[in-house]
Design a protein around this ligand. Structure first.
Ligand code: UDP
Ligand code: MG
Length: 308
């Protein structure tokens, strides 16, 4: 019988986990043709998540878990889950039931019968989300698709059902700064997209603040595109040309009208503007340098404290 691993990153999910387990059990009990295992990843939770996982794994032999020594972030959780998974298929799911388990049979069918390597999901709306957050999310996808030459779907979730070949391809990407949405696109493979209506988490709170999402989006851009570096040199070149035009203009004006000493406020403005611009551009270069530095240190993406 073919096997399927369900990978679930969990960070402080004590309220959602029992509901999650129950809901998924209900769906997979109707999928007799697959043998399931769970790989829960406790991402350094501070609540009862780990003890719930311990008791689940005692009760149910198909429940496995790894527990991190601290919070390493969802990306690390996904990597750990994929690394531990043994199934012929792997599905990644959030613990908060925002990824509807009812889609699992459809996803399996797409991979098994329709010849896809992967069934991925996207939310068609962002109901229940602050509008400003949706706006920036849309902007992010638009920019990413333009600069990274990846096909990233707006509203795409990490909830996806993959064949082993695709999982192995993802695991072969050893980078330290992991941006899964980019990695999924980068490895390619035939993907079927399933749409669903956004739903709110069953319990607990979201772990993402606006600021952490912003940082995450910068992470994605730096990881999958060097376009900001190209913009930096383009802006530099543009200002050189503008400066040249200004020099010619001022020179001719001085010849025609003389040169009374004037214009220090505009000079002061220009100096501040260009100082700012230069710092901004060095900041962009610095971001890439910092990422390269972290990659070279080659530290583990996560550290496991306990497993079963
Ligand atoms: N998560 C995690 N580590 C973190 C943050 C989140 O493993 O540092 C897990 C979390 O438990 C959940 C999933 O990632 O299963 C998605 O998180 P959340 O629901 O908070 O994000 P949202 O759905 O609001 O984007
Ligand atoms: Mg969620």
């Amino acid at each position: 019988m073919e096997t399927c691993s369900i990978v679930v990153p969990c960070y402080n999910e004590e309220e959602a986990l029992p509901l999650f387990y129950e809901a998924v059990e209900k769906v997979i009990s109707s999928m007799q043709e697959l043998e399931f295992e769970y790989i829960f990843v406790d991402d350094g939770s501070h609540d009862g998540t780990l003890s719930i996982l311990r008791s689940l794994s005692e009760k149910d032999a198909k429940v496995h878990y790894v527990s991190f020594s601290r919070n390493f972030g969802k990306e690390a959780g996904i990597l750990a889950g994929l690394t531990e998974s043994r199934g012929d298929y792997v599905v990644i799911m959030d613990a908060d039931l925002q990824d509807p388990p009812e889609l699992l049979p459809d996803m399996y069918r797409a991979v098994k019968e329709e010849g896809y390597d992967c069934a991925a999901t996207r939310r068609v709306n962002r109901k229940g989300e602050p509008p400003i957050r949706s706006f920036f999310a849309r902007m992010f996808y638009r920019i990413m698709n333009r600069i990274a030459k990846l096909n990233m779907m707006d509203g795409a979730r990490d909830y996806r059902f993959m064949k082993r070949v695709m999982v192995d391809a993802i695991l072969s990407m050893k980078e330290y700064h992991r941006f899964s949405k980019g990695i999924f696109g980068w490895v390619g493979f035939e993907t079927k997209w399933l749409n669903f209506e956004n739903r709110e988490r069953v319990a607990g709170k979201t772990k993402w603040s606006f600021f952490s999402l912003f940082k995450y989006s910068i992470e994605g851009m730096v990881a999958f595109s060097t376009a900001p570096l190209e913009w930096a040199s383009f802006v530099g070149l543009l200002f050189c040309v503008l400066a040249l035009i200004a020099v010619i203009f001022l020179f001719i004006r001085a010849l025609l009208f003389g040169d009374p000493v004037m214009g220090w406020p505009s000079l002061a403005c220009m100096i501040t503007f260009f100082a700012g611009l230069q710092l901004f551009v060095s900041g962009i270069i610095g971001m890439y340098l910092a990422k390269a530095y972290n990659e070279i240190k080659d530290r583990p993406v996560y550290i496991v404290r306990e497993r079963k």
